[in-house]
Structure formats: structure tokens, C-alpha cells
Write a protein of this length. Sequence first.
Length: 295
Amino acid sequence: MNSFNDYHSRIPNAYPSPDLISVMDLPTSDDVSSVNGMPMLGLGTWENEDECAKSVRAALDMGYRHIDTAQAYGNETAVGEGIENADVSREGVFLATKVWADNLAYNDVIESTRESLDKLDTDYVDLLYVHWPARAYDPEGTFDALSELVSEGAVENIGVSNFEPEQLDEARDVSDEPIFANQVECHPLLPQESLRAYGDEHGIPLVAYSPLARGGVFDVPELGEIAEKHEASEAQVSLAWLREKGITAIPKATGEEHIRDNWRSLQLSLDAEDVEVIDGIRTENRAVDPSFAPW
Ligand SMILES: NC(=O)c1ccc[n+]([C@@H]2O[C@H](COP(=O)([O-])OP(=O)(O)OC[C@H]3O[C@@H](n4cnc5c(N)ncnc54)[C@H](OP(=O)(O)O)[C@@H]3O)[C@@H](O)[C@H]2O)c1
């Protein structure tokens, strides 16, 4: 892939207006790699309620094809509306939701997932995650219910979120279905090396949540310097670094400007030297750390 600057230097000067150029040189959905059918850049929606339908529609119309929501976000209806209003078929979108920690007993998994499908206005989700291994989580009952939903065709793949190696071992033992992905916080300030190694060994790729460290990436001088060098944003640098590592990212963005800025990370290639600098940051700063977390 070309660097951000190369990309711009290939645009002839004769284009009529900057607005037109900014639309014409956007990446398309074909520019995103996939892992097992899951596009490696998606849109997060936590704490996006009022604007959510608009954000989802704008992202899909821009080329995003992966949307991440959860029962706990209270926006599944809005996500469904966004998909309905966008210029893309339901089958063209990779849609993921999560069963909340209070709904993880067998019957509650089944019932709450049916409610999620109703709200999302769809017959199936591409990926259903266990949101946290906490509260009503009961490995055997939870995974039996998830497998049942797969056999009914309501769920294509089952995933986990916020699982550490110990919970992953247990899930692999009890689940009849393969674990499709582990969604965890991951960004240059929390590189999750041991979970990445576990995932490589057992075929469970990471999906990075809070890939911008909930805004924290804007305060890291190393990221600022790399961003300046490439005439890019710190958000783009963080997303390009995750891509270099083979990690799917689901940045949350509300307005079109942020949605577009993150989408353009696909046009940024980091040098080996940039990656080395970011790898050298070596912090373990979590932005999401509730009392019921397993770590
Ligand atoms: N599984 C879990 O337990 C879990 C936990 C946390 C998150 N998640 C998922 O991961 C998604 C992303 O994580 P997150 O929402 O915690 O944090 P994030 O994506 O790291 O950061 C979101 C914040 O960055 C801002 N932002 C986005 N793009 C920007 C840009 N290009 N320039 C400047 N600011 C930008 C957003 O502002 P605006 O909204 O104003 O654009 C928002 O304040 C969530 O939405 C959710 O889908 C899952």
C-alpha cells in the first residue's frame, strides 16, 4: 500500500474542487483485508445513542462493512436503522453484537439474543460475543446456548470479549463451536502481546476495542511525531499500527469527520522504523477496567 503522501501526490492538479477530491480518493470496502470474512476495520458504537443511526449509515456509505454493537449499548435499534438506510444490503455487512453479562444463563442467552435480532431488524448476526466472563457467566450453559443459536441459524459465529488465557482455555474446552475472535482493549499503550501470542497459537484472532485508547493516543509524543511525519492523525497511526500487527480494529466515531479520518488510516503505511518506535512505548495503560474484569 502507498503512503499517505504518495497517495495524494498521484492525484492530478486538474481536479475541479477539493470536496470532490476528498470523496474520490477515499478507500473503498475492497481496500480492507478480512480475517475469516470479518473486515479488519469496523465502526464501534459504544456511547453513541442519539446519533447512532446516522453514524452507522455514514460509515456504511463510506465503505465500512463491519459494525460493532452490544445489548448493553442500548443502540441496537439505531444500528438496525442505520443499516436499513444505508446503500448496502444486510448480507454485505458484518454485524456483531454482544450478550450482556447479566444475560449469560442458558435461557437468557437465547431470549436476549432473539430480542437483539428483533431490535437490529435482522434474522442473524455474523458474530455474537460473550461481553464479559462475569456475573451470570456459566461456561457450559452459556456456550451450549450459543451453539444452539448457531444451529438455528440466528448466529454465524461465536466470539468472546475480555477473556484472558484462563477463560479462553475453559471456553475452548466447553464450546462445540470454534471461538471466532477475542475482543479486548488493544492499542499502542496496551499492546496485549500475550493474548496475541495465545491467539496465534490457538487460531483466535484479536479484535481491538478502544483502538484509540478512548482518545489517549492523542497525548502520546511518539505517535504525534509519527503522525506529523506522515501528515496523518494520531488516530490513523494507531489504526495503521494495529493493521500492521494483523489486528482488527473497531474505532468508535460519531460524526462524519472522525469516521472519515479513521477510514483514511487504510491509506497510511507505517515504516518499519515507526513500528519499532511504537513497539518500544511499552506501557500497560487500560482505559476500560471495571471491577468485574477477570484480570
Ligand atoms: N467489548 C468491550 O467490552 C468493549 C469495551 C469498550 C469498547 N468496545 C467497542 O469498541 C469500540 C471502540 O472503543 P471506544 O469507544 O471505547 O474508544 P475509541 O474508539 O478508542 O475512541 C473513541 C473516542 O475517540 C474519538 N474519535 C474517534 N475517531 C477520532 C478521530 N479520528 N479523531 C479524533 N477523535 C476521534 C471519538 O469521538 P466521537 O465519538 O466524537 O467521534 C470518541 O471520543 C466501542 O465503541 C465499542 O464498539 C467494546
